[in-house]
Write a protein that binds this ligand. Structure first.
Ligand SMILES: NC(=O)C1=CN([C@@H]2O[C@H](COP(=O)(O)OP(=O)(O)OC[C@H]3O[C@@H](n4cnc5c(N)ncnc54)[C@H](OP(=O)(O)O)[C@@H]3O)[C@@H](O)[C@H]2O)C=CC1
Ligand SMILES: O=C(O)CCC(=O)C(=O)O
Ligand SMILES: [Mg+2]
Length: 475
């Protein structure tokens, strides 16, 4: 079944039932070391995972690691250009779970992203990236403790589908001709727009299926959070890209108000209900005026639409959500992407789960990680219905590769997410405890050391930081 790897002879597979993992006491977990700083962070992280599991469960439980290959290491093991061998895909499919270090993607040419390929091939449609502050972590932000968000990023479509054509190729030229001569003129709303002949062309598909399954997961996650964090914000640039990003927002709201009707309230509905709560005799039109900015300047048709929306909301959910009941529901709102970047800086405590399309989530997860200490503190998980791959938010950080200096925190915290996913909470808690205590004790790698006042000097090496985390399990 495998060409150049041999699965462990001990241990058992994790299986899935209704999207939930069933985990034996000795699960086999495939791992990819990763390129660049993968050589530093993976061994450090593995040591922490094993120590935490041993401390939490003694001989009762342990992870049976299964080394699989991708990226540069795969080419060394399998031969030139074998970046993502079939063995690796088979192992991930068979064992249902994996953890990986970062993999290199060249810019402007060469292979397409192996990271993205792993997500698409395994249909890992939700990229989940929590950004939480650990006390004592230095940050360029004034109040990093106020940020506690989870980015839920759609992981399989958007421009990351990678369907694009280089400028000057025959297909790019054909497509441009077709668009300029037929499709754009046939669409009155596009007016006399034309695409420059020397353009490269990329396709940005956003589907209802892809959007709603992502938002579904985000809402289900929100339902597991404490009441004050039960909020899902749909992030989009729908004012500009109406039928992709705008549609993502609309499909998100549609799902929230149908499949999760009893559990959710939209922000706009909450305004309509509170207007009536504050004034039981308020007219439909006055309610509409308070909900829709610039109501008095709207066309009569648009005014009628807003009034109808108010009426429908009151008719359908006043009994179930009115009189303050909506405050116990998951709040679903939306924010335009550029605005959410500034709001995470200025009002971070107003947000909880941010549901995004692929590109927005990529940007937003790096930006949010920066607030809570940088990319060394940004974990992630790629989750589908029958498989999950855990990986840090950051990349290979090539200039630090092999120097034993980079922060292994993100891949360690990705392992924490994996342990939690497996239901091994005790081991996950030990690692979080150890990491927090090491940071509070100023035992940190260079990235955190340089942000501290005064800087922690000398910083710990990558391997020493992992040791420090283990030493602090008991604090
Ligand atoms: N999932 C994946 O495998 C990903 C892969 N990539 C790929 O990685 C490669 C390099 O990408 P690049 O744009 O340089 O981005 P990286 O995230 O690799 O690194 C950018 C900078 O972020 C900081 N950083 C990254 N990781 C850590 C860490 N563990 N601890 C502390 N600081 C860290 C470093 O800053 P400083 O030097 O200032 O301290 C580093 O130079 C590309 O090929 C890219 O495609 C990118 C993202 C995700
Ligand atoms: O795959 C890559 O090289 C980059 C992907 C990335 O930046 C991410 O998933 O956050
Ligand atoms: Mg990224």
């Amino acid at each position: 079944m495998y060409d150049r790897i041999t699965p462990p002879t001990i241990g058992e597979r994790i299986t899935f039932q209704d999207g939930e993992p069933i985990v034996p006491d000795t699960p086999i977990v495939p791992f990819i070391r990763g390129d660049g700083t993968g050589v530093d962070i993976w061994p450090a992280a593995q040591k922490v995972f094993d120590a935490a599991v041993a401390k939490a469960y003694g001989h009762h439980r342990h992870i049976v690691w299964f080394k699989i290959y991708a990226g540069d290491e795969a080419c060394e093991h399998y031969g030139a250009y074998q970046y993502l061998p079939e063995d690796t895909l088979t192992a991930i499919r068979e064992y249902g779970i994996a953890i990986k270090g970062p993999l290199t993607t060249p810019v402007g040419g060469g292979i397409r992203s192996l990271n993205v390929a792993l997500r698409q091939i395994n249909d890992l449609y939700a990229c989940v990236r929590p950004c939480t502050f650990y006390p004592g972590t230095p940050s360029p932000h004034k109040s990093p403790e106020k940020l506690d968000v989870i980015v839920y990023r759609e992981n399989t479509e958007d421009i990351y589908l990678g369907i694009e054509w280089r400028q000057g190729t025959e297909i790019a030229s054909k497509l441009i001709d077709l668009l300029n001569q037929d499709l754009i003129p046939a669409t009155p709303e596009h007016g006399r727009k034309q695409i420059r002949l020397d353009s490269g062309i990329g396709i940005k598909p956003i589907s209802k299926t892809g959007s709603q399954r992502l938002v579904r997961r985000a809402i289900k996650h929100a339902l597991r959070l404490p009441p004050h964090k039960q909020q899902v914000t749909l992030v989009h640039k729908g004012n500009i890209m109406k039928y992709t990003e705008g549609a993502f927002r609309d499909w998100g709201y549609e799902l929230a108000t149908t499949e999760f009707r009893q559990a959710c309230i939209t922000e706009r509905e909450s305004w309509i209900l509170s207007n009536r709560e504050a004034n039981p005799d308020i007219s439909l039109e006055e309610n509409a005026r308070r909900v829709e900015p610039g109501y008095d300047s709207l066309t009569p048709d648009r005014k009628a639409e807003v009034c109808e929306e108010v009426k429908l909301t009151l008719d359908t959910i006043w009994d179930s959500h009115g009189q303050g009941q909506w405050q116990t529901k998951v709040m679903v709102n939306d924010r335009i992407a550029d605005s959410i970047f500034q709001q995470l800086q200025t009002r971070p405590d107003e947000y909880s789960i941010l549901a995004t399309m692929n590109l927005n989530g990529d940007y937003l997860s790096d930006a949010a990680a920066a607030i809570v200490g940088g990319l060394g503190m940004g974990p992630g998980a790629n989750i589908g219905d029958t498989c999950a791959i855990f990986e840090a938010t950051h990349g290979t950080a090539p200039k630090h590769a092999g120097l034993d200096r980079i922060n292994p925190g993100s891949v360690i915290l990705s392992g924490v997410m994996m342990l939690e996913f497996m239901g091994w909470q005790e081991a996950a808690d030990l690692i979080k405890q150890g990491l927090g205590a090491a940071i509070s004790n100023r035992e940190v790698t260079y990235d955190l050391a340089r942000l501290m006042t005064p800087p922690a000097d000398p910083p710990l090496k990558c391997s020493e930081f992992a040791e420090a985390i283990i030493q602090h399990f008991d604090d």
